[in-house]
Design a protein around this ligand. Structure first.
Ligand SMILES: CC(C)(COP(=O)(O)OP(=O)(O)OC[C@H]1O[C@@H](n2cnc3c(N)ncnc32)[C@H](O)[C@@H]1OP(=O)(O)O)[C@@H](O)C(=O)NCCC(=O)NCCS
Length: 158
């Protein structure tokens, strides 16, 4: 990875307080219940990137579908002072590996046009084919891009 040292670890329940207090801009801050659910129920797919001193460089929060086959990337934020050093890419690659290990076949999320190139570089494509058409249309209108990657292709893309 280019740039600074980064250690990626799983989220724990203790991380809730920082997630609740931190500045999420430019992303919207969620109500506390969202961070509670993600740190209590989805810690296996939620990660913090830290520097050598343990300061947070970024955070990725994701959740697994009830049938276990897919993963929704809820939040990805790299602290402004840590951007363009490879931290965001490292967090997403970490998620891809973890998903491959536990049998998840698709990672998907909503994003905007500004982030398209970042995710394309990591192997994601615009893809809403797995959504019912009314939902796909709603997503296009209200959520921007739907992007996804098929995890079975991860082995060849890494
Ligand atoms: C998007 C984000 C997570 C990227 O994290 P990062 O650690 O800065 O990304 P990396 O250093 O791994 O970036 C790898 C490459 O993607 C590029 N890149 C980063 N963000 C980009 C963006 N929004 N659009 C296009 N390219 C982007 C970087 O320039 C870099 O390319 P380079 O080395 O040629 O300069 C980070 O900018 C961020 O937290 N943004 C605000 C919150 C946000 O938009 N989150 C995503 C919500 S879906």
């Amino acid at each position: 990875m280019k740039g600074a040292y980064v250690k990626i670890r799983n989220c724990t329940q203790k991380d809730f307080f920082k997630l609740q207090e931190m500045d999420w801009a430019p992303l919207p801050k969620e109500r506390d219940t969202i961070y509670l659910i993600l740190t209590i129920e989805h810690a296996a797919l939620s990660f913090v990137a830290e520097d050598r001193e343990g300061s947070w460089q970024g955070v990725l929060l994701a959740s697994r579908s009830t049938d276990g086959s897919s993963c929704f990337l809820n939040h990805l934020l790299v602290m402004s002072s840590s951007r363009s050093k490879g931290v965001g890419s490292a967090l997403v690659e970490h998620l891809k590996v973890r998903c491959a290990e536990i049998g998840i076949r698709r990672i998907w999320f909503f994003t905007n046009q500004n982030n398209r190139a970042f995710y394309q570089r990591l192997g994601f494509e615009e893809d809403s084919s797995f959504l019912d058409e009314p939902l796909a249309e709603y997503a296009r209108l209200h959520k921007g891009l739907v992007m996804a990657i098929h995890v079975q292709s991860i082995g060849t893309s890494r």
